[in-house]
Design a protein around this ligand. Structure first.
Ligand SMILES: [Zn+2]
Length: 379
C-alpha cells in the first residue's frame, strides 16, 4: 500500500464517520415530540383558564410558551398556539381552537304569589325581571294554564332562556279570588240585629260587630269589618302582663309571638296558606280575613306555633292557669267540629276572669261556641 492510497482510505473513513455522525445527530434532532390535548376544549364564560391548561401531556419535549390567562369575556371560538421544543433544541408549534360558552342560566326576580279577583286580568310579567350574565334582553314566558274569569289557585312557572339555551324556571302561584259579594268592603257584614242564642243568651250585631252577653265574637260565623281594630286592647295587655308575672313566679317564661292582626295582614297570611296547602286545609288552621280572632285585639299566640307546645312546662301551665287571668284556651283538643279550628295549645283569648273560669270547667275546657250556643261555620 502506498501513501497515496492510505490517504484516500483515511479521508474516506473520515467522511464516512462525518456522514454517520451527522445522520445520528439528525435522527436525534428530529425526535418526535408527542403532545396531547385535553378532550374538553370548552370553557365557561368569564371563567379563569390559562393557555396551557388544555395540554393533557407532553412527551419528549418541553413547552416554551409562557402560561397566561385567556380572555373568556367573549363567547365563541378562540385560537391558541403553543410552542415547544425537544431536548436537541428543535422547535414545534401546535395550534388549536377552544370555545368560550355560556352555561349560566338567567336569574329571575319575581313574586311567588300573585293575587287578583275573578274577571280582573293582571299582567303576570309586570314585576318580573330576568338577568343574564351574557345576554342583555331575556324573554320571559309564563307556563301553565290559568283563567282570570275563574276563581282558583293556579300553579304556574316563569321560564327564561338565554341565547345559549340555558333555561331558568321558577314556580309561582296565581290566586284568582272569588268576586266578593256586593257588600265586599265589609266582607259579608251581618246587618244590624238583636237575637237570642240557642242557649238563651242575648246578642246583637251593630256595624258588623257581634257581641253575645257582652263578649265580642269572631269566628267563622261572625266576622269583623275590615277597618276594625288597631292593636291589643288595654285589658288584654294588662291581663297578659299579670299572667306573665304568674308564669315567672312558677319559673316559666311566656311571650306573645302574635297579637293583634289587621284585616289586611290576615288577608295576606290566609292567602299564603291557601297557596301553600289549598283552601280546605288552610281553613282548618287559618282564619279568612275578617274572621280572625286576632283582629279583635283580645287574642294572643304564646311562645310557639307547634302542637308540641302542649307538652312544654309553659304549655301545661297556661292550660291550667290562664283562666285565673281571664284567658281561655280558645281552640281546645278535639274541638274542631265546634270551633272550626284544629287544636291550638298556644292561642289564648281574653274574655275576663268570670267567663274564663266557667269555660275552664276544672280543666275540661268548654268552647265559646258551646257555652253561648252558637255556630262557627262559613256561609
Ligand atoms: Zn292565634
Amino acid at each position: 500500500m502506498n501513501s497515496k492510497k492510505r490517504i484516500i482510505i483515511t479521508i474516506s473513513i473520515l467522511i464516512l464517520l462525518l456522514v454517520l455522525g451527522f445522520a445520528i445527530w439528525w435522527y436525534l434532532y428530529e425526535e418526535k415530540i408527542e403532545i396531547s390535548l385535553k378532550k374538553d376544549l370548552q370553557v365557561p364564560y368569564k371563567s379563569t383558564v390559562t393557555n396551557l391548561s388544555f395540554i393533557d401531556y407532553i412527551k419528549n419535549g418541553t413547552i416554551i410558551t409562557k402560561e397566561k390567562n385567556i380572555d373568556t369575556t367573549k363567547l365563541g371560538k378562540k385560537k391558541i398556539t403553543i410552542s415547544f421544543k425537544n431536548k436537541y433544541g428543535r422547535k414545534e408549534k401546535k395550534s388549536f381552537e377552544i370555545t368560550v360558552i355560556d352555561i349560566t342560566p338567567p336569574e329571575i326576580e319575581y313574586q311567588e304569589i300573585l293575587t287578583t279577583v275573578e274577571g280582573n286580568e293582571i299582567d303576570l310579567l309586570k314585576d318580573v325581571t330576568a338577568i343574564d350574565d351574557v345576554d342583555q334582553e331575556i324573554e320571559i314566558l309564563v307556563e301553565g294554564t290559568y283563567d282570570f274569569q275563574k276563581a282558583d289557585t293556579y300553579p304556574l312557572s316563569y321560564v327564561a332562556k338565554d341565547q345559549s339555551g340555558n333555561e331558568m324556571r321558577k314556580e309561582f302561584t296565581l290566586i284568582v279570588e272569588k268576586k266578593p259579594a256586593v257588600q265586599s268592603k265589609s266582607n259579608n257584614q251581618k246587618p244590624d240585629s238583636t237575637f237570642t242564642t240557642s242557649k238563651g243568651f242575648s246578642g246583637y250585631t251593630k256595624n258588623g260587630v257581634t257581641y253575645i252577653d257582652g263578649i265580642l265574637i269572631a269566628n267563622k260565623t261572625y266576622s269583623l269589618p275590615s277597618n276594625y281594630g288597631n292593636g291589643l286592647t288595654q285589658d288584654t295587655i294588662n291581663a297578659f302582663d299579670e299572667m306573665k308575672k304568674g308564669a315567672r313566679n312558677a319559673g316559666l317564661n311566656i311571650e306573645i309571638i302574635s297579637g293583634f292582626r289587621s284585616y289586611d295582614k290576615q288577608n295576606t297570611i290566609y292567602n299564603n296558606y291557601v297557596a301553600k296547602d289549598g283552601k280546605v286545609a288552610a281553613d282548618r288552621y287559618s282564619a279568612r280575613p275578617g274572621h280572625s280572632e286576632h283582629q279583635t285585639g283580645m287574642a294572643v299566640d304564646i311562645n310557639s306555633l307547634y302542637t308540641s307546645f302542649e307538652n312544654t312546662n309553659e304549655g301545661k301551665w297556661l292550660s291550667a292557669n290562664s283562666y285565673q287571668y281571664g284567658f281561655i284556651l280558645r281552640y281546645p283538643k278535639d274541638g274542631e267540629d265546634i270551633t272550626g279550628y284544629m287544636y291550638e295549645p298556644w292561642h289564648f283569648r281574653y274574655v275576663g276572669k268570670d267567663l274564663a273560669t266557667k269555660l275552664y270547667n276544672n280543666g275540661a275546657w268548654i268552647t265559646l261556641e258551646e257555652y253561648f250556643g252558637i255556630t262557627s261555620q262559613y256561609e
